[in-house]
Design a protein around this ligand. Structure first.
Ligand code: ADP
Ligand code: MG
Length: 339
């Protein structure tokens, strides 16, 4: 007797969802990235109970055409790339077409959206992968996603979530990183109706650093603005006095994408080697602009890792630029002597 069967679509979606949706913070990350890709200049994020019961993200971007709404929630559907060749030059944050189908597979989702071309807006509901509503309604231009009861249909996964307070902390971290990587977008974040972050969207990174980290940190950063033939590094690095015992202060972005990279962390830390003690890590908010052809972002579904096609040349350059910036500021030496 044959034993092998093809899984049904909703099972496939639930399995796939596991790679993208780990916790409320991963939903917030994907929806924020979509809002940014939609050209928004204003985005608000609201959560209740750490995002366990409710996540609401509203943007003023291009909206979704009514004819595209159902398609957007299918697996591997995207408006951002057309063929594998485009992967070599992705400039959008999304491209895998997996977020909406994954989120809808394990949450109760409501979408309200309107484009400039359509006279009315549309409201769409999908729960555990099943459509429950599609109607015309009045709505401002842009898109709102309301995501309720994460893992409502996969109790085994719900059990792995932490307390509302801890989950709220993870969401806050993601919103902070995304706000820092996009100073040109006004981003607000409310947790249980309390305003936690609000950035002006005036393009000034130092203002965002102030909004996120406060006065003391902002008063102790050095500006970086360096360029070579194949990459550009801009942003701020902290003086030794604001270093930390872990890497949570190390922020860096590649082409507007928040990522984790071993090479970059090590290169940045090498630049600090003469001024920071062992097991101390610097404060940085650095944006790297690199020709997308030198990068491979399609390494992992969360898109948090990437590979460099010219990794060897990045390390010494970043190390040297940071080193120079620290030496050029004499007050840094004072800090070092005080220690
Ligand atoms: P990806 O971002 O990889 O393309 P997603 O599943 O995240 O895949 O989204 C699917 C599609 O839905 C996107 O390609 C985009 O066309 C559309 N979309 C999602 N969110 C928004 C939004 N906030 N505004 C406009 N379009 C959106
Ligand atoms: Mg996306």
């Amino acid at each position: 007797m044959k034993k092998i069967q093809e899984l049904d679509q909703s099972t496939i979606n639930q399995i796939a969802a596991g790679e993208v949706v780990e916790r409320p913070a991963s939903v917030v990350k994907e929806l924020l990235e979509n809002a940014i890709d939609a050209g928004s200049t204003m985005i608000s994020v609201e959560i209740e109970d750490g995002g366990l019961s409710l996540i609401r993200i509203t943007d003023n971007g291009m909206g979704i055409d009514p004819g595209d709404i159902r398609i957007a929630f299918k697996r591997h559907t995207t408006s951002k790339i057309r063929t594998a060749v485009d992967l070599l030059s992705v400039s959008s944050l999304g491209f895998r077409g997996e977020a909406l189908s994954s989120i809808a597979a394990v949450c109760q989702v409501e979408l309200i959206t309107k484009t400039a071309e359509n006279l009315t807006g549309y409201r769409y509901k999908i729960e555990g992968g099943k459509e429950t509503l599609f109607e015309e309604i009045g709505a401002p231009e842009g898109t709102t996603f309301i995501v309720k009861n994460i893992f409502f249909n996969t109790p085994a996964r719900r059990k792995f979530l932490k307390t509302a307070q801890t989950e709220a902390g993870y969401v806050s971290d993601i919103v902070e990183k995304i706000a820092l990587s996009h100073p040109e977008i006004s981003i607000s974040f409310k947790s249980n109706r309390q305003l936690k972050i609000h950035t002006a969207g005036n393009g000034n990174l130092k203002d965002v650093i102030y909004n996120v980290y406060g006065r003391e940190i902002t008063g102790n950063v050095i500006e970086i603005n360096q360029e070579n033939d194949f990459m550009k590094m801009t942003g701020y690095i902290g003086k030794a006095i604001i270093s930390k015992g872990n890497r949570t202060f190390e922020n860096y972005f590649i082409n507007g994408r928040y990522i984790k990279s071993n090479i970059l962390s090590k290169a940045i830390e090498a630049g600090y080697k003469f001024i920071l003690m062992q097991h101390k890590y610097p404060f940085t908010v650095l944006n790297f602009e690199i020709n997308p052809e030198y990068l491979d972002v399609n390494v992992h579904p969360s898109k948090m890792e990437l590979r460099f096609r010219k990794g060897e040349s990045i390390y010494p350059w970043v190390e040297e630029c940071i080193n120079n910036a620290l030496i050029e500021k004499p007050n840094i030496i004072d800090v070092e002597l005080e220690k």
